[in-house]
Design a protein around this ligand. Structure first.
Ligand SMILES: [Fe+2]
Ligand SMILES: [Fe+2]
Length: 191
């Protein structure tokens, strides 16, 4: 599928707000790629477009979808079905959007928690999801946005710090992968 076809399909599947966010992530990811490695710009745009393609069902429907399609879920994913859309996105990108590029699929798979040792493309999609222009959830966004283009790992760490603080503050359940990645990048940046 080309980008126009993907965009049209997403527009008819996602809620309007999610669709606008999706475009924001795609263009932000392309811009970050222009900054760090223009050769991956097309992949970054495509991964940004598809990153939330699995985010259109209710929590209950997410679980049923995964059972039906034999997508294995961790305990934390069963308890917090909002996390499932990353795995579902990877599955749907392949099945519904004919995406076979492993780098893109992996960036979709890890866009909510990140993981230790992310590829540049994975970092770009993870960060773009947080900083795209329609987001306003973090008062530090202006400086985090600037940092994304000057110090990508430092930016990653600030996003993790804020995310973990937010999850603790609101008593929301945390995927252990979030903490694991945070520790990984903290150690790497401090040593
Ligand atoms: Fe997402
Ligand atoms: Fe997103």
């Amino acid at each position: 599928m080309d980008n126009d076809e993907i965009t049209q399909k997403l527009n008819s599947t996602l809620k309007p707000r999610r669709f606008v966010h999706t475009l924001g992530v795609a263009y932000t990811a392309a811009s970050l790629a222009m900054c760090y490695d223009p050769l991956i710009m097309d992949k970054a745009f495509r991964a940004g477009l598809l990153h939330d393609c699995g985010k259109y069902l209710s929590d209950k429907e997410n679980i049923t979808f995964c059972e039906k399609n034999k997508i294995e879920l961790s305990d934390i994913e069963k308890e917090t079905p909002g996390l499932i859309h990353a795995k579902m996105g990877e599955f749907l990108a392949k099945q519904e959007y004919d995406e076979n590029d492993e780098d893109i699929l992996s960036a979709i798979r890890w866009h909510t928690t990140g993981r230790p040792g992310m590829s540049l493309l994975e970092k770009i999609v993870f960060i773009s999801d947080y900083i795209e222009p329609n987001r306003d959830h973090d008062p530090d966004l202006p400086s985090i946005r600037q940092m994304a283009f000057t110090d990508i790992d430092g930016c990653l760490l600030r996003i993790y710090e804020h995310t973990i603080w937010y999850l603790n503050d609101t008593g929301k359940k945390q995927d252990p992968m979030t903490k694991e990645s945070y520790e990984f990048y903290k150690d790497r940046l401090q040593n």
